[in-house]
Design a binder for this molecule. Structure first.
Ligand code: ADP
Ligand code: MG
Length: 614
């Protein structure tokens, strides 16, 4: 028995028992299903995408009010009542709710998702409040009394008026959504969504349009909430603004976080826990405290504190780990077909692929790069060295699109890149690593490396959700595995990236960059933290890549490593180039010796010192 079998057993058991459960249990389960649908959206948004929203209840309200209005408004009846079968009205309501939510969420997302830090959650509180008052104050939506007389959903002539029949649909929709979301997360697009948490700079340099992905996840979560609202309206047959207020929005977040914000089944667990607990607390607390009110929110708050103290990722990972002891791992199915990934031809050896022209960067009064000019040619290793604070990392940011020069120009493949984001650099064939490793530590090494191949895939969200991306996905994973093996870390493919030593994590970053089939490779201190043998392996790899025709720029402290490897060396000090040439020329340059050793008169002795400092 593996995880997949267990899920199947759960579904079969639920279906088999559905007819036998008492009415009360059916109702509670239906609510759990509705809440879990919203919480699953929050798992994607908050747990996976790293964006916190307190305002999901508003989108549930949008879905509910849209269908209630379509089904009951005299205006709608006058407009389409004569041509449309009334049984179709709930479906038109669903469509309308989806369109409204899509437009509103996209608009809200475009405005608010640019905000960083705590501003986004604050914004979600703001719209959560305003939607609630909007629902309550619009006369055509019934004001605070709400809308009554919402008809049941009719499917193929069968009315889903009984909670038992609608509950079945709710769980059907939930399970379908979980399946689609699971597929999405297990794909190229899912990796890109996960990369959002690794920071904008990392994701963008893998070619991910982070702004767009953030909005798309946000819209996806909103749509799931809207569908939940639609089902809710047709279950209750009556709606008012109360279930869509900010309190409930916070409860949805509780569900996602307590259950396990990064795990889809955590949404179901969280929804079940909070729903059952709320049920009990609403009974017990008023009796205990002698007065009625929403006291359960206080208990939920405390519960969340305790859970997050003991289980930082929510309860699901613990449940899954306990369960995992009794379950066999899922065997990966071999894909029926794979395809070959697009592979742009590398530029001819010796051609200048990356060029910086008098690049200057000022931070206030500090000139971190002062008119730095250099180029990198296909088929060579160019080393950039200099003492700490010389401006190497700043320069790296300039030539990879992370930051724009204050003046001067960067050209990649002959194209001026001023004002371009790093994903445009990636699209032209630039791959890079980071001085401070940026991996998704909890994800497997192979997934991290496959993220590097992101822009070589084409399949979108819908294709991923429906599993139409398998051939491409197999090709991407095969590519990732090949690069990983080439970098000597093939045996670690299945372990979480964060469990490896820092030096190995650097090499994983190189494999990730290579998975994108770059023409230019920028490496920021790749040898830091590597042991002697690992350094030698890295040198061999870089040597081989150079032979294949890649252009490589390395920033490195290890002089022995650099001097043995590089074709050309450029030396920075205080933001300016103080020397350039072959390793031998640079090592003999008095200015370089001065910069590194603070003035040594005897060149011969200095040369020896440079070797020793390696
Ligand atoms: P290196 O990588 O060669 O050690 P850096 O490029 O990181 O050097 O830094 C060069 C100089 O620019 C340093 O004095 C550093 O303090 C400064 N600096 C770097 N980034 C910023 C920033 N974002 N804001 C202000 N100063 C910065
Ligand atoms: Mg640096």
């Amino acid at each position: 028995m593996n995880r997949r079998h267990l899920t199947l057993a759960f579904v079969v058991a639920l279906a088999a028992l559905w007819g036998l459960l008492p009415d009360f249990s059916v109702t509670v389960l239906s609510y759990i299903g509705l809440y879990a649908l919203v919480a699953a959206g929050l798992v994607m948004l908050t747990g996976v995408g790293g964006m916190t929203s307190f305002g999901q209840a508003a989108f549930v309200g949008a879905g509910a009010y849209a269908t209630a209005w379509v089904c009951t408004s005299p205006m709608v009846a006058a407009a389409i009542g004569t041509v449309v079968n009334p049984a179709l009205l709930p479906w038109i309501g669903l469509l309308f709710g989806i369109v409204v939510t899509f437009v509103v969420a996209w608009g809200l997302g475009a405005v608010t998702l640019r905000l960083s830090g705590h501003y986004l959650p604050l914004c979600t509180i703001a719209w959560g409040l305003s939607f609630y008052f909007l629902f309550g104050n619009l006369d055509f939506l019934g004001g605070h009394t709400g809308v009554a007389g919402v008809p049941p959903i009719v499917v193929a002539g069968m009315s889903l008026a009984s909670p038992r029949s609608l509950g079945l649909v709710i769980w059907g929709v939930l399970l379908l959504a979980l399946w689609a979301l699971h597929n999405l997360l297990d794909s190229r697009e899912g990796r890109a969504i996960r990369a959002l948490k690794g920071g904008r700079v990392m994701a963008e340099s893998m070619g991910v349009d982070t702004g767009r992905y953030r909005i798309k996840v946000f819209v996806l979560a909103a749509l799931l909430a809207a569908v939940s609202g639609w089902l809710y309206a047709h279950m209750q047959r009556f709606i008012n603004p109360t279930p869509f207020n900010l309190n409930i929005g916070i409860e949805y977040l509780f569900m996602a976080v307590v259950g396990g914000a990064g795990h889809l089944w955590g949404a179901v667990l969280g929804a079940a826990l909070i729903t059952l607990l709320k049920e009990q607390l609403q009974d017990i607390l008023p009796r205990l405290l002698g007065s009625s009110g929403n006291f359960e929110v206080i208990v939920f708050g405390l519960l969340m504190l305790v859970v997050l103290q003991r289980f930082a990722d929510g309860l699901w990972p613990t449940v899954a780990r306990l369960g995992g002891r009794f379950l066999k791992p899922v065997k990966a199915r071999a894909p029926r077909q794979t395809l070959t990934l697009p592979e742009a031809a590398l530029p001819p050896r010796g051609q200048i692929v990356l060029q910086a022209d008098a690049v200057t960067k000022r931070f206030g009064g500090l000139v971190a790069n002062d008119a730095v000019s250099m180029d990198v040619k296909a088929g060579e290793i160019h080393a950039l060295i200099g003492p700490n604070g010389a401006g190497k990392s700043t320069f790296f940011n300039m030539i990879s699109g992370v930051d724009d020069p204050s003046s001067g120009e960067v050209r990649l493949m002959g194209r001026p890149m001023t004002g371009q984001p790093s994903r445009a650099f990636a699209a032209l064939g630039l791959g890079r690593t980071f001085q401070h490793v940026r991996l998704l530590g909890q994800r497997r090494v192979i997934e991290n490396v496959a993220l590097g191949a992101h822009r070589r895939g084409r399949r979108g969200w819908i294709a991923s959700m429906l599993r139409l991306d398998r051939a491409e996905e197999a090709a991407l994973l095969a590519q990732a595995r090949r690069q990983l093996e080439r970098c000597g870390l093939g045996e670690f493919a299945e372990v979480p990236a964060g469990s490896l030593a820092l030096g190995q994590q650097r090499v994983i970053e190189i494999a990730r960059a290579l998975a994108g089939h770059p023409a230019v490779l920028l490496l920021d201190e790749p040898a830091a933290g590597l042991r002697h043998l690992e350094k030698r392996a890295l040198a061999t790899l870089l040597d081989q890549l150079r032979a294949e025709g890649l252009a490589i720029l390395v920033v490195e402290h290890d002089m022995e490593f650099v001097m043995n490897l590089a074709d050309r060396v450029t030396v920075l000090e205080f933001g300016s180039v103080i020397a350039r040439g072959t390793p031998l020329e640079v090592q003999a340059d008095p200015k370089v010796l001065d910069a590194y050793l603070g003035g040594v008169d005897e060149p011969a002795e200095a040369g020896r010192l440079v070797e020793q400092s390696a």
